[in-house]
Write a protein that binds this ligand. Structure first.
Ligand code: ZN
Length: 303
């Protein structure tokens, strides 16, 4: 467990054996423990053993805070709750029904990941409705000895929320500020289908600026700052990718050829900036083909 602030740490889930891809935030105090985005069931053994190394068992966990219900963030929740039904789960109101009945979420994920579903995510179990505390944004939560502000922050996902500790100057922002695998400083937006919304996204970034955090905490991966430089890089790369996808849609050929062209462009740029090993780690956190499809869908919906 690596420290962020007093009573706040994070764990590297070593997703698929790759370090720095998925981070779970851990808030710990005498009052209990809260986890921010427990990750997928495939990395639950790592989460469990690294919590145990820090002297924490799931019996100590009082709350799980979900930024959004994508399987790399929230997939393990039902499996954890089956053994530990006392844990309260916080999730946005638009995501909550899919935690209670994950069948639609699973069929849409299966369209994206196909036969790789089980290897990537492992088991996905439903969560009892009674265990959920449903958020809309604007709440203040008292969990694990911390007071957290909740904001509704769509853009990457229509049911995305973020959590801010003013006292620690730390904002848990899920996937809304993209992927940055420190010590690399490159910021890669993740824009998978189905609900990329660039206008809503910009409003979410303005909420972070109003919070004035010292540090952003990204699921992919960990603490990032300075915040101004991070957000500037995100805006720059998000509009660059959106423009590239938009341009591809006017090209001759079929969707597959357009996707291949745009993904190749992005991969070349990533590899040029980062080298092959780090570029591959970025792609494990956010697949470029899926980011293409999310933005293509955004543009087609707008047209
Ligand atoms: Zn993610």
């Amino acid at each position: 467990m690596q420290s962020l602030a007093s009573g706040m740490s994070f764990i590297d889930l070593d997703f698929l054996g790759v370090p720095r891809v998925i981070a779970t935030g851990v808030l710990h105090a005498a009052a209990g423990v809260a986890l921010v985005d427990p990750g997928p069931t495939s990395s639950l053994p790592t989460l469990t053993s690294r919590l145990a190394d820090a002297g924490i068992g799931f019996a100590d966990v009082t709350a799980i805070l979900i930024t959004h219900i994508h399987l790399d963030h929230a997939g393990a929740t039902g499996t954890i709750l089956r053994q530990h039904p006392h844990i309260r789960v916080y999730v946005h109101q638009a995501g909550a029904p899919h935690m209670v009945d994950p069948s639609k979420l699973l069929s849409s994920a299966t369209r994206l990941y196909g036969a790789d579903m089980d290897r990537l995510w492992g088991e996905v179990l439903p969560v009892a409705a009674a265990a959920l505390s449903v958020l809309r944004g604007g709440e203040r939560l008292d969990v694990a000895g911390r007071s957290l502000e909740v904001a509704y922050t769509p853009g990457h996902a229509s049911h995305h929320v973020s959590y801010f500790s003013a006292e620690a100057g730390l904002a848990f922002v899920g996937d809304t500020v993209g992927i940055r695998l420190s010590p690399c400083d490159y910021v890669l937006p993740a824009t998978p289908p189905p609900d990329i919304d660039l206008e809503a996204w910009e409003r979410s970034l303005a909420i972070y600026e109003a919070w004035r955090p010292d540090t952003l905490f990204l699921t992919h991966f960990g603490p990032s700052g300075p915040v101004g430089a991070h957000l500037a890089a995100l805006r720059d790369h998000l509009s660059g990718m959106a423009n590239l996808v938009h341009r591809s849609l006017t090209q001759d050929g079929d969707d597959e050829a357009r996707e291949r062209w745009a993904v190749d462009q992005t991969r070349l740029e990533l590899t040029r900036q980062l080298g092959e090993r780090d570029a591959n780690a970025y792609e494990t956190a956010g697949r470029l083909d899926l980011s293409y499809r999310g933005l293509a869908r955004y543009w087609k919906k707008r047209a």
